[in-house]
Design a protein. Structure first.
Ligand code: HAM
Length: 420
C-alpha cells in the first residue's frame, strides 16, 4: 500500500469525482423538502450508549463494527455507524415525545469497522430521512415513496423493493418461540455467533452471512402467520398503501435487517448492478429508547448509501453533469507593474463572479501559457507595460489561439458575455 493511501476502507474524493456527490446531495435537498423533510445535522460521534441502546447490544454493528474510544475525560464515545440513533437521541428532547411529528433528513459520513470490499467501506456516506413521533402504516408507505422518488430522480432504474414485517414486540413472541425451536435443531452445524444468538436474540440468526449457516436459514419456516393480528393488519395496510401508490414490491419473509430497533415494516432496495453488496438503501419503522429513559420514540425512516448509489449510476452508464472545474481566465503579467495590476484585477474578477487565476511570480511567457493550459483556462489575458499605458489587455482564446486587444474597463463585461 502506498504511503499516500488513506486507511483501509476509506477513500479520498477528488475534485474530478465531486460532481457525482454534489448531484446526489443536491437532488436530495430538492426532493426531500417536497415531503416535508428538513435537513438536520447531529455530531459524528455520540456517547457509545446511544448506539448500544438504540441499535441493540446483540447486533453485528454494535458487537463487531463500532469505532469506540475513550476521550480525555474518560467518556466512552463512538463514531456513528448510522444516523438514526443519534437523530432520535436529539429528538427525544423535543415535543416528538408528545406525539408531534417531525420530519428530518441528513447527509454525512458513517463509520463501521467492516471488512472492506466492493461497496463496503469503513467510512461511507448516507443520505437518510426520519419521520418521528407518529405511527401509521400510511406514513411507512409514504416514506418508501420518498426513497423511490429520490432514486427515480437520480435516474436509477432496475432496482427491487423488498418488504417485510417484524411485527410489534408484543406480537412477535409466538413467532420467536417457533424460530427458536426450529434453530435449536439445526444449531450444531452453525457458527458460534449464531449459537450465542439462539437464546439471546434468535432473530439475528436470520441476518447471519456465514456460509455454514446459510442452509438452515434458507429453510426457515414462514413465520408471518404467527404474528399477532394487529401486526398482520398493520402490514396489510402498508402493502395496500403501496399498491394504491402503484409501487411494486416483493415480500421477503426473511428480511429482518441488521439493526434491532425495527418493529413492523422493514424494507430494502437492492440493485443488480452492485454485486454482493447489493443494498442501495434500507429502512423501516422503529422504536428507540432514549438513553436513561424507558419511553421509546417511534419513527420510520431509511438511509441510502451514497457510494452504492454512485455505483448503481455507473452500472447504468449515468454520468452526472460535470461541474466546471477550470477557471474562465488566466492572467499573465509581463513585468512587475503588470503583475501588481493583475493582483488587483484578479480580485475584481472574482468579486464579480468570474473564476480567475493569475500568475503571481515572474515567469516567462511560455511558462505562463503552459500554466494556463494546465488549468484548462478558456482565456488568458496578457498585460505588459504597453497595455498598461493604454489601459488595455490582450485577450487570448486558448482553444483557437486567436487574440484581440480590449479595454481593461470592459474586460469584466466582455468575459461575462463570453463565459455564458
Ligand atoms: P443500513 O441498512 O445499515 O441501515 O444502511 C443503509 C445503507 O447504507 C445500506 O443499504 C447501504 O447502502 C449503506 N451502507 C451500510 N453499510 C455500508 C458500508 N459499510 N459501506 C458502504 N455502504 C454501506 C441504516 O443505517 C439505518 N439507520 C437506516 C434507517 C433509517 N432505518 C430507519 N431509519
Amino acid at each position: 500500500m502506498s504511503k499516500f493511501s488513506p486507511p483501509p476502507g476509506t477513500s479520498d474524493i477528488f475534485p474530478e469525482e465531486i460532481s457525482s456527490w454534489h448531484s446526489l446531495e443536491d437532488t436530495a435537498r430538492r426532493i426531500f423538502p417536497l415531503y416535508g423533510y428538513l435537513e438536520m445535522r447531529t455530531p459524528v460521534f455520540e456517547y457509545t450508549e446511544v448506539f448500544k441502546r438504540g441499535i441493540g447490544d446483540e447486533t453485528e454493528v454494535v458487537q463487531k463494527e463500532m469505532y469506540t474510544f475513550e476521550d480525555r475525560g474518560g467518556r466512552s464515545l463512538t463514531l456513528r455507524p448510522e444516523g438514526t440513533a443519534g437523530i432520535m437521541r436529539s429528538l427525544a428532547g423535543t415535543d416528538v415525545m408528545n406525539g408531534n411529528e417531525k420530519r428530518v433528513y441528513y447527509i454525512g459520513p458513517m463509520f463501521r469497522g467492516e471488512r472492506p470490499a466492493a461497496g463496503r467501506r469503513r467510512q461511507f456516506h448516507q443520505i437518510g430521512a426520519e419521520n418521528a413521533g407518529r405511527v401509521s402504516p400510511e406514513l411507512d408507505a409514504e416514506c418508501i415513496a420518498l426513497l423511490l422518488h429520490y432514486l427515480d430522480e437520480l435516474g436509477i432504474t432496475g432496482y427491487k423493493l423488498l418488504l417485510n414485517t417484524r411485527a410489534s414486540r408484543e406480537d412477535r413472541k409466538p413467532a420467536e418461540d417457533s424460530l427458536r425451536a426450529y434453530f435449536a435443531n439445526a444449531i450444531a452445524g452453525m457458527c458460534q455467533d449464531c449459537r450465542n444468538r439462539l437464546e439471546r436474540n434468535v432473530w439475528r440468526i436470520l441476518d447471519c452471512k456465514q456460509e455454514q449457516c446459510r442452509d438452515a436459514i434458507s429453510k426457515t419456516p414462514d413465520l408471518a402467520g404467527l404474528f399477532g393480528e394487529p401486526s398482520r393488519k398493520y402490514f396489510e395496510k402498508v402493502c395496500a398503501a403501496l399498491t394504491t401508490m402503484n409501487i411494486p414490491f416483493e415480500v421477503d419473509s426473511k428480511l429482518v435487517r441488521g439493526l434491532d430497533y425495527y418493529v413492523h415494516t422493514v424494507f430494502e432496495v437492492t440493485h443488480p448492478g452492485l454485486g454482493a453488496q447489493n443494498a442501495i438503501a434500507g429502512g423501516g419503522r422503529y422504536e428507540i429508547f432514549a438513553p436513561e429513559s424507558d419511553k421509546a420514540i417511534a419513527g420510520v425512516g431509511f438511509a441510502a448509501g451514497l457510494e452504492r448509489l454512485i455505483m448503481s449510476q455507473q452500472a447504468l452508464g449515468i454520468k452526472p453533469v460535470q461541474e466546471n472545474l477550470s477557471p474562465l481566465v488566466f492572467l499573465i503579467g509581463l513585468g512587475e507593474n503588470a503583475r501588481n495590476e493583475n493582483l488587483r484585477l484578479v480580485a475584481k474578477l472574482r468579486k464579480s463572479g468570474i473564476s480567475a487565476m493569475a500568475e503571481v511570480e515572474e515567469k516567462s511567457m511560455k511558462a505562463s501559457m503552459r500554466a494556463a493550459n494546465r488549468l484548462n483556462a478558456k482565456f488568458a489575458t496578457i498585460l505588459g507595460d504597453n497595455e498598461l499605458a493604454k489601459g488595455t489587455v490582450v485577450l487570448k482564446n486558448m482553444a483557437d489561439g486567436s487574440q484581440n486587444e480590449i479595454s481593461s474597463e470592459g474586460l469584466i463585461d466582455h468575459l461575462k458575455s463570453l463565459g455564458k
